[in-house]
Design a binder for this molecule. Structure first.
Ligand SMILES: NC(=O)c1ccc[n+]([C@@H]2O[C@H](COP(=O)([O-])OP(=O)(O)OC[C@H]3O[C@@H](n4cnc5c(N)ncnc54)[C@H](O)[C@@H]3O)[C@@H](O)[C@H]2O)c1
Length: 190
């Protein structure tokens, strides 16, 4: 280890500790302010990418961000669904783009991310929403369904964050949003 690292490690530890306490304090203060009075973030200049945006929650996120003025990029393995949502966004007067992507395939994610950068620009808000539900007890679930669930619901988040984090970090502007289910907090009965 370099001598400078002996200084850097405790400094960065203290810095992150300060950030955690600072954000906890801000969160505590905001918790007591009625929601309607809270300042709203302007996302009208943001490019928002929604995975699994061709239906369900993803579609609703796409429509809500369109209403807020964001440019919306919809990724879905079902291109027809994504294109239909693009039409709905356009009917609301928004700018939206559809891409067919299998988010469980890292190469497919990186390649399509390059296409988005060329066609639309740098994504600033990434909403990792695509997900599947095996809907079986562990002992009844075939292995391929368990692989598929982990590939889409978990591993894909690493590929999409890797694909878009560089510009978000360089510009110090953006968000990564993870959609998950409270069902993970429940115990398995079988
Ligand atoms: N529906 C619920 O009650 C509920 C509750 C809590 C959390 N969630 C979570 O919300 C998210 C969305 O759920 P939903 O109910 O809207 O589901 P949905 O099935 O309506 O939508 C999921 C979308 O993801 C797409 N998709 C599936 N596999 C893909 C892949 N490999 N690559 C790209 N796109 C793919 C599908 O085509 C579909 O359009 C999921 O992560 C889910 O776990 C859902």
């Amino acid at each position: 280890m370099q001598p400078i690292e002996y200084v850097f490690i405790p400094f960065s530890f203290l810095w992150y500790l300060f950030l955690i306490l600072w954000h906890a304090l801000i969160g505590l203060i905001f918790a007591f302010i009625p929601y309607a009075l809270l300042p709203k973030k302007d996302v009208s200049k943001d490019i928002v990418l929604v995975t699994g945006g061709g239906s369900g929650f993803g579609r609703l996120f796409a429509l809500e961000f369109t209403k807020l003025g964001s440019t919306v990029v919809i990724w879905d393995i079902n291109l027809t669904g994504a294109e239909n949502v693009v039409k709905e966004c356009q009917e609301l007067g928004g700018k939206a783009f559809a891409y067919k992507v299998d988010v469980s395939n890292s190469e497919n994610v990186y390649k399509t991310a390059d296409d988005v950068r060329k066609d639309v620009g740098d994504v600033t808000i990434l909403i990792n929403n695509a997900g599947v539900v095996a809907g079986r007890y562990l002992l009844d679930a075939p292995d391929h369904l368990i692989h598929k669930t982990l590939d889409i619901n978990i591993k894909s988040h690493f590929w999409t964050v890797k694909a878009f984090a560089r510009s978000i970090l360089d510009n110090n502007h953006g968000h990564f949003v993870t959609i998950a289910s409270m069902a993970v907090t429940m115990e398995a009965h079988k």
